[in-house]
Design a protein around this ligand. Structure first.
Ligand code: HEC
Ligand code: HEC
Ligand code: HEC
Ligand code: HEC
Length: 415
């Protein structure tokens, strides 16, 4: 759907009036998808047609039914409760109906809207749209705050990995027999193994001492760095009979893939791995020095020749990059959000929420509910599916710090 079109339509028809921008609305061409079971887009826009007495009545209802949680002026002082002042009225109305119909997860709101008529929902929505927005969250003046905002995980990972290149290769492609390649492995697996060395759950004194000083962030950044390097076969010898190994490896394909590229990130890929490491690791599972019940039973029956052959087979396979993308900068990310949510989160589409000056804790919480699917929205599910935890936090902080702007929508008769 051309998402900017409706925004442009509104923007072209915009008239500057008084303090807030006033946007004229001729046709209901929002990019948002109205809630299922709604009576069509025009029904969603009812709050735009509210009269002054309707808004007065909306205030009365708000004072009685909403203010104790959302604050006297729609500005919430409680974690987990969003600001609703200056929110786009048709969006508020659509959400209230979603709570009423059970389309949004059960929450304090389910009880709050239960006894309100549809007219009451329209009026209270219109009222909140007339209020001034919350003030943006302050930007910390400290140096560390500014530094945290500019953190580049990939650069940080590269820096931390400088100490590892001597054995694992500068870009994670090993040239040292016995040292594994770190390319072609899922970052979750890499991070988990580093932590296992740290805690001693996976026993290796050398690796333990090497990762001991890495923080959780270093571990995540290093794992990301290797996951984004170009995969290539280890530049180490693979003695053993690869053809015989291929036959024996049939038993391993279910988890490690036919050619050693694991379909599930929970299982490490073996393709292109250093043969000596593969053999040593397999032997370690067999004799119990590397503890893993699944792998122990898988390799129990393999003799030394079979282990060597399987290692030669996997070492000869082409490794593949795991499914991870280069992290986007905050500017690149927010540019995508602003396409629907308006400049700096000030939506001019009546059915898309403004997110500028919203509480950061709420933004983060809500992005996570879209991510898990607990709150349903096709647009937001797609947007949040690619966000990492760090990016979600960054975006929440970013939008909480933007200046909120009120928008009034004026219906025009369509010609
Ligand atoms: C008992 C406390 C409580 C009361 C009373 C209450 N709310 Fe809420 N409201 C919440 C909480 C908590 C949430 C977040 C719920 C969630 O996770 O979906 C919320 C969410 C909302 C949202 C969704 C905001 C968004 O952008 O997703 C709107 C709109 C809203 N409330 C409006 C109202 C209105 C209007 C009233 C009065 C009719 C009201 N609330 C009464 C606690 C309350
Ligand atoms: C002195 C050589 C050396 C250095 C330097 C080194 N490693 Fe290792 N690394 C090894 C060896 C040997 C193994 C295999 C250990 C085993 O059998 O468990 C290993 C294993 C690993 C593994 C597990 C791979 C797998 O497939 O399970 C990871 C992850 C790893 N190292 C990360 C790092 C990181 C990150 C650094 C830098 C902070 C680093 N290593 C520095 C030699 C080294
Ligand atoms: C049921 C799934 C499953 C099957 C089948 C399986 N593996 Fe594994 N394999 C795993 C898991 C899970 C791990 C990671 C265990 C750990 O954390 O130490 C692993 C780890 C390995 C490793 C260590 C890789 C590394 O980077 O450190 C090797 C080598 C290996 N498997 C070889 C084999 C061989 C050879 C076979 C067939 C004989 C086989 N596996 C069958 C699940 C499986
Ligand atoms: C394709 C258009 C589109 C894009 C792009 C988009 N959003 Fe949304 N967003 C929506 C719509 C529509 C809703 C209302 C969905 C609903 O009814 O739950 C929404 C809802 C939200 C909400 C809930 C607000 C509240 O108070 O409950 C947040 C937060 C949000 N978006 C943040 C973002 C962020 C951050 C990005 C960028 C990573 C983004 N959105 C990108 C269309 C979009």
């Amino acid at each position: 759907m051309p998402l900017t079109t409706s925004a442009q339509t509104f923007a072209q028809a915009a008239m500057a009036l008084l303090a807030g921008a006033v946007l004229a609305l001729s046709a209901a061409t929002s990019c948002a998808q109205p809630a299922k079971g709604s009576a069509g887009p025009s029904a969603e826009l009812r709050p735009i047609f509210a009269t002054a007495p309707d808004i007065m009545e909306g205030k009365r209802l708000a004072d009685v039914s909403c203010a104790r949680c959302h604050g006297a002026n729609g500005i919430s002082a409680s974690a987990g409760v969003p600001h609703i002042a200056a929110q786009r009225p048709p969006y508020i109305y659509m959400q209230l109906r979603a709570y009423l119909q059970g389309a949004r997860p059960q929450s304090a709101m389910t009880g709050a809207v239960k006894f309100l008529s549809d007219d009451a929902l329209v009026k209270v929505s219109a009222y909140y749209g007339t209020l001034d927005p919350a003030r943006p969250a302050p930007v910390p003046a400290t140096k560390s705050g500014a530094a945290a905002a500019k953190r580049d995980p990939l650069q940080a990972g590269k820096a931390a990995a400088a100490a590892c290149g001597g054995c694992h290769g500068d870009t994670g492609v090993s040239k040292t027999p016995g040292s594994p390649s770190l390319v072609g492995l899922d970052p979750k697996y890499l991070a988990a193994t580093m932590k296992a060395y740290k805690t001693g759950q996976r026993k290796h004194d050398l690796m333990k001492s090497l990762v001991a000083s890495l923080s959780d962030a270093d571990v995540a950044d290093t794992a990301l760095f290797y996951a984004l390097q170009k995969p290539a076969r280890a530049g180490t010898p693979a003695p053993g009979d690869a053809a015989a190994g291929k036959k024996a490896a049939v038993a391993c394909a279910g988890c490690h893939g036919d050619t050693g590229v694991a379909p599930d990130p929970a299982n490490p890929s073996l393709a292109g791995q250093d043969a000596q490491y593969l053999a040593v690791a397999t032997q370690a599972y067999k004799d119990g020095t590397r503890k893993d019940e699944t792998m122990k039973s898988m390799v129990a029956a393999l003799d030394d020749a079979a282990i060597k052959n399987i290692a030669a087979f996997y070492a000869g396979q082409q490794p593949q990059a795991p499914k991870v993308r280069k992290p986007l900068s905050l500017a690149e990310l927010s540019e995508r959000c602003d396409r629907c949510h308006g400049i700096n989160g000030n939506s001019i589409d009546p059915l898309v929420p403004a997110i500028a000056a919203q509480r950061a804790d709420w933004l983060e919480q809500v992005l996570n509910t879209y991510h898990t699917g607990a709150r349903k929205s096709t647009a937001m599910a797609a947007m949040t599916s690619v966000l990492s935890e760090g990016e979600t936090k960054e975006l929440a902080t970013h939008y909480s710090r933007q200046t909120g702007r009120a928008v009034t929508f004026i219906p025009l008769s369509s010609k």
